[in-house]
Design a protein around this ligand. Structure first.
Ligand SMILES: Nc1ncnc2c1ncn2[C@@H]1O[C@H](COP(=O)(O)OP(=O)(O)O)[C@@H](O)[C@H]1O
Ligand SMILES: [Mg+2]
Length: 259
């Protein structure tokens, strides 16, 4: 499988702190790849650099063969990359359907987002987008929630809606930053199934996660960060047994599960 993302020698500093230290990472097309590591190891920073929120000091990020390091987020998004955030980013008073429509707006000729409010454009445009969002929710088995307000549905489903909204942009690569954050064990199991159901030939997923159990079930390949450095890479079973990984996790908090 060819690589959709090829990162080499990536370094990001915040003043004297090196949050990413010469990181190398390859993501194969169609895979679910995970980056794990203790809190503060640089996972979110890595996503921020990949998605253009931050510029790296050094290094290269090839996305579908094109250099994207230092490009602004909207350009990278247009090239086919979408992401979710560690803290849930949805519009609570809007319905599930409207939230998913928001995701599709960037694909539409006229932007409909104005100060977080849905601005009515042409009736035809709105109808078309509504239908697209419905089809996506149907495909992904969330249609039963379509007309409920986000604030009225369970948190686990809100997380799934956030992911579906990112999919409305039809990305080639989807970045998920700690999708299980704040979820109960039961909700995490549901989310694991949900993410696994998204994997197909057209979609590659790069996942950053603290929850080892989720990652072990989902990812075909795992890279491990510790203090901004990649300390291990391999298949889930290799990572689970890797002494450096066990030490990074256990050493830090004295007893986190390796799933
Ligand atoms: N904007 C920032 N300014 C300064 N330091 C930051 C910033 N963002 C992250 N850091 C620091 O960089 C390190 C990595 O953070 P982060 O990428 O959020 O880790 P993770 O997502 O793995 O928990 C931490 O020490 C954090 O305090
Ligand atoms: Mg983080």
């Amino acid at each position: 499988m060819p690589a959709i993302l090829n990162i080499s020698n990536l370094t990001k500093r915040f003043g004297g702190l090196t949050a990413l230290n010469q990181v190398e990472l390859t993501v194969e097309e169609g895979s679910i790849t995970a980056v794990i590591g203790p809190n503060g190891s640089g996972k979110t920073t890595l996503f921020n650099v990949i998605s253009g929120v931050l510029s790296p000091e050094e290094g290269s990020i090839l996305f579908t063969g094109q250099e994207i390091a230092g490009l602004p987020p909207h350009k990278i998004a247009r090239m086919g990359m979408a992401r979710t955030f560690q803290n849930l980013q949805v519009f609570p008073s809007m319905t599930v359907l409207e939230n998913v429509m928001m995701g599709a707006f960037r694909h539409h000729p006229s932007s409909l987002l104005s100060g977080g409010i849905l601005v009515r454009k042409s009736q035809r445009e709105m109808k078309e987008m509504r239908q697209k969002a419905r089809r996506l929710l149907e495909k992904i088995d969330l249609i039963e929630w379509a007309d409920q307000r986000i604030e009225d549905i369970p948190f686990g489903i809100q997380r799934q809606v956030e992911i579906v909204r990112a999919l409305a942009l039809k990305p080639q690569l989807l970045l998920l930053d700690e999708p299980a954050a704040g979820l109960s064990t039961k909700e995490t199991v549901q989310l694991t199934k949900f993410i696994s159901s998204l994997q197909d030939r057209e979609l590659t997923i790069l996942l950053v996660e603290h929850d080892m159990a989720l990652v072990m079930q989902l990812a075909q390949r795992i890279s491990v960060l510790n203090f901004g450095r990649k300390i291990a890479e391999g298949k889930p079973e290799e990572i689970r047994r890797n002494p450096a990984v066990i030490e990074a996790y256990l050493g830090k908090k004295g007893g986190e599960s390796l799933g």
